[in-house]
Design a protein around this ligand. Sequence first.
Ligand SMILES: Nc1nc2c(c(=O)[nH]1)N[C@H]1C(S)=C(S)[C@@H](COP(=O)(O)O)O[C@H]1N2
Ligand SMILES: [Mo]
Length: 398
Amino acid sequence: MTEELTPPRRRFLALGASLAGAVVACRKAPAPSESGAHMRGYGERSPHEKSVRVVRELTKSLGTGSSRTPLGELHGIITPSALHFERHHSGVPALDPAAHRLLVDGLVERPLTFSLDDLKRFPSASRVCFIECGGNSIGEPGANLPDVQKSHGLLSCSEWTGVPLSIVLKEAGLKPEATWMIAEGADAGRMSRSIPVSKALDDAFLAYAQNGEALRPEQGYPLRLLLPGWEGNTNVKWLHRLQLVDQPAMSAKETANYTDLMPDGKAQQFTFVMEARSVITRPSGGQKLAGPGFHEITGLAWSGYGKIARVEVSTDAGQTWADAELQAPVLSKAAVRFRYPWRWDGKETVIACRCTDETGYLQPTRDEFIAVRGLNSGYHYNGIKPWRVNADGTVTHA
Ligand SMILES: Nc1nc2c(c(=O)[nH]1)N[C@H]1C(S)=C(S)[C@@H](COP(=O)(O)O)O[C@H]1N2
Ligand SMILES: [Mo]
């Protein structure tokens, strides 16, 4: 960091480190409280913390709709389980883990049924990866959404633990004709998706845990399919059946939804991998800068094709770009935190970020995206998101 970019407060802290004792001694120490709070079996956050998922119900009766992760208020790369976005097509079923079973049948040598305990006896695997709904940013290309929760909140990143699916499929024995796998959930709508067997045998796993504890009910308790880097919808929750077949089922969620209507009127089906994208989460829409001077620009980048190789930031409406620092760990198919030190001169400007993944793919601008995809489909949008920093410090869509 150059002297110019060293934030004044940090400089003060560095100089003042040896004086810290003296600084504390001069201040009035807080009065000791009578007694602290008791311990508790299961923790809650401080009552001062208010970040919430904003819930959007699409129908009242079934709990169908979505709620979004408040990305602008989070730190690091892990989404707290209680703030992981939700997308339910027919509500959250209440499943008893002791009674829950996974059936693996169809084109297999041995149809098998597994209890949770059976699955937990297999070698386990943990992996940090993102889940992003194919409908994240619906409406964004046509009309800029005002804050990062609305524009990008159907993205979360957790550490998931479970069993590699390849191990379970080996137990059942795949027949040579088995090229697709239909994954079905135990929710009221029995949501299902057709998955190519190549992905099932690659890095797919059956997750029973999220961030160190059992899955949350909203995330598919007690078992979900985890397909790293693939469209959120394919990560079937409340998983109770894997049927091996020789062609896709053409289920509702792979025909009526999550297909991309192209400019020529044809629909593109099976957009499985989520392309690279990035977004500035701070400062972002709805936030306010306290004044000119040092501000850290920070945000997240992710790619369904692997690792993020580079994130660039522009503070002059895209005229020039400079590399942001990627915070370790930089994991494949996971969110990466980037940081860029910025000295704001107090004048109105537009800030933005763009990322490149390890395949060399560069995140497109909105215009580049629209030139290829048009405005017919709201799914799988990954264009650059600019934010306007106004002279009064407020941040709005640009
Ligand atoms: N059984 C079932 N699985 C499902 C869904 C569903 O409604 N039912 N929603 C899908 C969609 S559209 C997405 S984006 C992800 C959302 O996962 P989350 O709610 O854990 O964030 O789950 C997918 N898996
Ligand atoms: Mo989704």
